[in-house]
Design a protein. Structure first.
Length: 254
């Protein structure tokens, strides 16, 4: 189901697509407490043209109704209880822009995020994608934890090699592939690893342009053991793939 779209609106988007239209994809699952802030941060972007795509992955808490009320202009894709990377891939499939950006429903962009990143594409025609620095922000129920980490690495700006900071040419997903939908916790690191292995050009903007909300109900926090296991599995798979590739290369050279 898509809301907020019409033939006239689609025509206007197509006319703008040649001028750097950015499709902003917000995947969400039971995100009623935070999705309003996420949507507002997309709507507040100083860069235009943009389109907003909200992908609801089986929410039961009113997320889709909030999104429809706050962003009637958006495409609203109401899907089943699918993985986060599957929701992002659905957004890529629905995107009409030359560029695609992702924002998790827990997080918020600064109002100049897209403007800064799109300037990087303007000055670097070879660029496949851009990421930015990230600042963690702890929710009220985790205030003491946030105070503990304030002077530590986790409380400082960090490079955001993650989908939620990403702006990529849509063609990059054709070149490097979509996100792996079976990876609930390591889809970003897997995708960026594949991009680097295939020679993709990535620019890190040295500015905090995304604020990541740390919540008690965050998916990784609620699944700590699964998240750690998934990361270890990813490391093993990557090492095995590189070892096999090196062996093949050595064999071809003999």
């Amino acid at each position: 189901m898509a809301k907020g779209s019409s033939d006239d609106g689609a025509g206007a988007v197509r006319e703008q697509a040649g001028r750097g239209l950015v499709s902003c994809v917000v995947p969400a699952h039971n995100s009623a407490p935070t999705i309003g802030d996420a949507i507002a941060s997309v709507q507040a972007q100083t860069y235009r043209p943009i389109e907003l795509i909200v992908v609801d992955a089986g929410s039961t808490d009113g997320t889709r109704d909030i999104a429809a009320d706050l962003a009637p202009e958006a495409q609203l894709l109401c899907l089943g209880d699918i993985s986060p990377p599957a929701a992002r891939n659905a957004g890529v499939g629905a995107a009409r822009g030359e560029f695609v950006a992702f924002l998790d429903a827990d997080d918020v962009w600064t109002e100049d995020k897209l403007a800064v990143q799109m300037e990087a594409f303007r000055t670097r025609p070879d660029l496949d994608m851009s990421v930015t620095m990230v600042q963690n922000v702890w929710s009220d129920e985790l205030r003491r934890e946030g105070e503990h980490y304030a002077s530590l690495r986790r409380g400082q700006p960090m490079p955001g090699y993650a989908t939620t900071t990403l702006v990529a040419r849509r063609a990059a997903f054709e070149r490097f592939g979509l996100l792996r939908e079976d990876l609930w916790f390591t889809d970003s690191v897997d995708w960026f690893t594949r991009v680097r292995e295939q020679g993709g050009v990535i620019d890190l903007i040295p500015q905090v342009l995304l604020y990541r909300r740390v919540r008690r109900e965050g998916i990784s926090r609620r699944n700590v053991t699964r998240s750690r296991t998934a990361f270890l599995d990813f490391l093993k798979e990557t090492m095995d793939r590189r070892r096999d590739s090196a062996a093949e290369g050595a064999g071809e050279g003999t």
